[in-house]
Design a protein around this ligand. Sequence first.
Ligand code: FE2
Length: 544
Amino acid sequence: MGIQGNWDRRPLNRRAFLGVGGMGAAALLLGSGAAPDVRAAPRPRFSDYPFKLGVASGDPRPESVVLWTRLAPEPLVEDGSGGVPSRRYDVRWEVAADERFRRVVRRGSAEARPGLGHSVHAEVGGLRPGREYFYRFKAGGEVSAVGRTRTAPKFDARPAALAFAFVSCQDWRDGFYAAYGHLAEEDLAFVVHLGDYIYEGGNTDDGVRDHTDGGQEVFTLAQYRNRHALYKTDEDLQAAHAAFPWMVTWDDHEVDNDYADEAQDGGEDPEKFLLRRAAAYRAYYENMPPRRSSLPRGPDMRLYRRLSWGNLVGISLLDTRQYRSDQADCQSDVDGLADRCAAALSESQTMMGPKQERWLKEGLAGSNKRWNATAQQTMLAEYDFSAAPDDGPNGRLFNLDQWDGYVAARRRLLGFLSKAGVRNPITLTGDIHSSWVHDLKTNFDDETSETVGTEFVGTSISSPFETAFAGPVEAARADNPHCKYFDGTYRGYARVDVTPELWLTTFKGVVTAPGNGNVVDPNAPSYTAAAFAVESGTPGAQPA
Ligand SMILES: [Fe+2]
């Protein structure tokens, strides 16, 4: 799938676009095939261009895809309204087979309501499987940038190949999104986002970029909306959304650092925290392109779901924040790391919650896919961060926010993969702002135990990896022989190329500032940092 014709990775200027398309605003507004419920409301006027947050698409299926935009002529106005008066607006959308919209295949309208931040989630059906499409929106005499999207192949199709990317962790403060600029120029079917799309915290003294949405830690719906809006004003992020459909899931910072279900890290009253969670979930839905089935109800939002690419790849996107047990509170004198106490080993520790865990196992057991991936947040493989002898002081140190604090849940999952004979299990992980490859073992303390799958952990788009941390991680490599690769020096994204025979993950780095690992140049070049492959039928990664 190449970039064709006059497609530019930057969203097209709206006036230039109208010229290129040769289609006037009136023709777009009055085009045939309008949905029957368009009200004869006076033509809306916005205070400024309403599509400043760009366009996106998501959750591709064989015959449908979600088209997203959000009206926001003044994206950062303090009340969180985006500068749109509190009434409903009809937003027209068009889907075409070509980027000049000469062959429009679907058109209709969707309602942008104040209760949903004037966002639009148009679930467009009746499309052909495995096809590329172009889309755009129109409201108030204005036309959005053009997005490109793609439908999934039929469930029983046998695609010869698939290329996609997975990304995570894009703290605005810590650097530019050069990685997205490069990603947007790749030849991909879709992008998977593993979470930390926004960060809830306030400005810092040493930030590369200041928040210009007030710069405070965010708590209210208006504040979460504006934090999302601020991120969405980034040109490179807009380009990446406009270039491919995305499958999104979240981690903790979309709400609050290290939260677990109703437990806030700072020990805030759960009832109060759930109000904050409800605001954060709502703003997340409004600003992302999931299906309506993910519409939040108060503090609850069903985000775990599955993507299917013919019989080649299935990806189960997990939510490991909303339903998890609280992190084990094990005593330690090492900041952020501890040996496991009884709480971390308890059978009752859950990462997904029982319902999601059942859903995942049922889906994997019934899968016809050659490759069965789970896309999730924290590192699944064990990692003992201590290089000291295991039986000495601080001999075993774990990150208990990761699956290392949920040992029984991990044993259940990996045991299931082995017992059920799930074909080619792959785990895609974010959260830790660095790149790793692991063989997934039934017993991580026994090198000779069965390898049941392979984990690829992708680095961050911009969020920092504490460079001082790299030395201790490297020093502990000998204690973790299932770890095949670690590098914390670069930011970037991971590209995946899949065929029936081979899974290839390529770690794409972007150049960072010496010392702090931040992307300080919005046009920082990219390079291939490493590549690892898995052969079908042989779990575990080999350098490629
Ligand atoms: Fe992060």
